[in-house]
Design a protein around this ligand. Structure first.
Ligand SMILES: *[C@@H]1O[C@H](CO)[C@@H](O)[C@H](O)[C@H]1NC(C)=O
Ligand SMILES: *[C@@H]1O[C@H](CO)[C@@H](O)[C@H](O)[C@H]1NC(C)=O
Ligand SMILES: *[C@@H]1O[C@H](CO)[C@@H](O)[C@H](O)[C@H]1NC(C)=O
Length: 513
């Protein structure tokens, strides 16, 4: 800009002035934008508050709702379903057992060889299959015939391969069935409704085990008997208890979430008038349905719920499970983008529900590159937001942190709520430490007994910060004195191995003599 005539000077000065004013204007606007963005995040943080006092209120609410749900059907949002599982495997089981783990469109057949006397699982073999699309909407007979045929082929192949003396006159099968079932006894239950894209109309209201059993007979597998029909959460508890008899509860926290625990016999008899000879029974809480006014819900949760296919249901699940965390974050980012310019012009992808999955959210949250490169890449590739400043990237990490921190701490409160219900949280009152369960009574004294909770699911195993927040919160709620007695243990393959173990513990001839 060297060659400027004198006559132009005044004009240039005027232009410079306007440019400067524009720059100042932009700066003011951007400062205002920034202030607004920070405000939104601060509001979020306040609304997601999980002080230990707040968490203790959630603990109490969970225990109260558990009582209410047990006392009467519909007495609480928590369904508290009796599973009729009254013998958890404890390592004494012996023999060969099968499991059928239906996961939706895929299923696995599993064979385990149990050694008894705590020698554990000697061998286990797995085969994966998928259900052909057309069977998902056909008749129950066709569907179960197909599954029974796969089972039969697997059994034949395995028994040939292992050249074990095939003196088996009876084979026990545990089935994990991922649809809502009303249990009639440990080995059978009625299908309430289909989900996951299935709609086999003639199956609703029918007994799942009976239908499967009929198909097995047809496929020349009449020697196999459904010994247990279980929810995957119960399978997780079974694996946990098999490995460690102090395991009293199980939590699944992945895409979905649920929990179950071993309830004392007297608590169940009192509330359900059930005749029970044994020490206790596993209760499937369906805890995703938990609701309490103490849950720190935000406008984003309320909107997410209202726009979901099941408003007012699964309120807890919608705040804590992998299905939803990413979408809560997306909603916050969308609002910031609407109310400030810090993410540039609005991207339509940001308005697409569930476009930001929780694994991506976890990647952003745990991005340890100095310039938050992964955050930038995901914002760009997934949400269509380009050229985000480092400061704004940090804000994104902050949002992920707030949402995951809240989720993990609420799960922790839920877990302590269960422990409180069975008198294992160190608080006095309820039954002290004398909560003796099914097979697994642990030594106790003065309310302090070693207590294990089995945990399964990708949120806990794959998302390091989630796991750390959860562990820390359990310790914080329980306090220094009692937290050493409560152990959270990662458990694997409850829906497969767990079902086989439950077939074993409920089989009449499995235990060591
Ligand atoms: C394990 O369970 C079996 C069957 O319920 C029982 O007979 C056995 O005593 C239990 N073993 C231990 C070590 O508790
Ligand atoms: C059991 O688990 C599945 C998830 O695998 C869930 O969808 C189902 O509704 C659960 N509950 C019952 C009562 O079957
Ligand atoms: C969890 O991590 C393992 C190992 O990194 C990976 O194979 C698996 O796909 C992850 N699962 C989910 C649900 O993200």
């Amino acid at each position: 800009m060297g060659k400027v005539g004198f006559g132009m000077t005044a004009g240039i000065a005027a232009v410079t002035c306007t440019v400067a004013a524009a720059v100042v204007g932009r700066r003011i606007r951007s400062r205002r934008d920034w202030r607004r963005a920070v405000e939104v995040v601060r509001e979020l943080e306040a609304a997601c508050g999980t002080s230990v006092n707040r968490l203790r209120q959630v603990v109490d609410a969970m225990a109260v709702e558990m009582h209410a749900g047990l006392a009467s059907e519909g007495g609480s949002k928590l369904k508290m379903l009796l599973t009729f599982v009254d013998k958890l495997p404890n390592g004494s089981e012996k023999g060969i057992f099968y499991a059928l783990d239906i996961g939706g469109t895929n299923f696995r057949v599993i064979r385990v060889h149990l050694g008894g006397r705590r020698s554990g699982i000697l061998r286990h073999n797995v085969e994966r299959n998928s259900i052909p699309q057309h069977l998902m909407t056909s008749t129950s007979e066709e569907l179960f015939d197909f599954i029974a045929m796969s089972l039969k082929q697997f059994v034949d192949r395995e028994e040939e391969k292992t050249s074990e003396p095939s003196l088996v006159s009876r084979r026990e099968l545990g089935v994990t069935f991922p649809f809502p079932v009303k249990q009639r006894c440990v080995s059978s239950g009625i299908l309430m409704k289909w989900t996951k894209g299935f709609s086999v109309a003639d199956m609703i209201g029918k007994d799942v085990s009976e239908s499967l059993q009929q198909s097995m007979i047809k496929k020349d597998l009449g020697s196999m008997r459904v010994a247990a029909l279980v929810n995957d959460t119960v399978g997780t508890l079974a694996v946990g208890h098999y490995n460690d008899e102090d395991t009293v509860a199980a939590v699944i926290i992945g895409t979905g979430t649920n929990a179950c625990y071993l309830e004392r016999a007297d608590a169940i008899i009192k509330s359900q008038g059930l005749l029970m000879a044994s020490g206790g029974m596993v209760v499937n809480m369906e805890w995703g349905d938990f609701w309490s006014s103490h849950l720190p819900r935000t406008r984003y949760d309320i909107d997410l719920d209202a726009e979901s296919p099941s408003p007012n249901d699964q309120v807890f699940e919608k705040m804590i499970s992998g299905m939803y965390l990413g979408d809560i974050v997306r909603r916050v980012v969308l609002r910031i983008s609407q109310e400030s310019g810090i993410f540039g012009s609005a991207s339509s992808r940001l308005s697409t529900p569930f476009i930001l999955g929780t694994p991506l959210m976890a990647t952003m949250h745990q991005d340890d590159t100095p310039d938050l490169r992964e955050v930038a890449a995901i914002l760009n590739d997934v949400l269509g937001i380009a050229d985000v400043s480092l400061k704004a990237r940090k804000l994104i990490v902050n949002i992920c942190d707030i949402i995951t921190h809240r989720a993990a701490r609420l799960v922790a409160a839920g877990i302590v709520g269960i422990l409180k219900k069975i008198g294992r949280d160190g608080s006095s009152g309820v039954a002290g430490g004398r909560a003796k369960g099914g097979g697994g009574a642990s030594s106790s004294g003065g309310g302090k007994s070693r207590t294990v909770v089995a945990i399964e699911g990708s949120l806990y195993t794959n998302y390091t910060l989630f796991r750390e927040y959860l562990n820390d919160a359990v310790a914080e709620i329980l306090g220094k004195e009692f937290s050493p007695f409560v152990i959270l243990k990662v458990t694997e393959d409850g829906s497969g191995i767990g079902a086989a173990l439950l077939a074993a513990s409920h089989s009449p001839n499995s235990a060591d003599m």
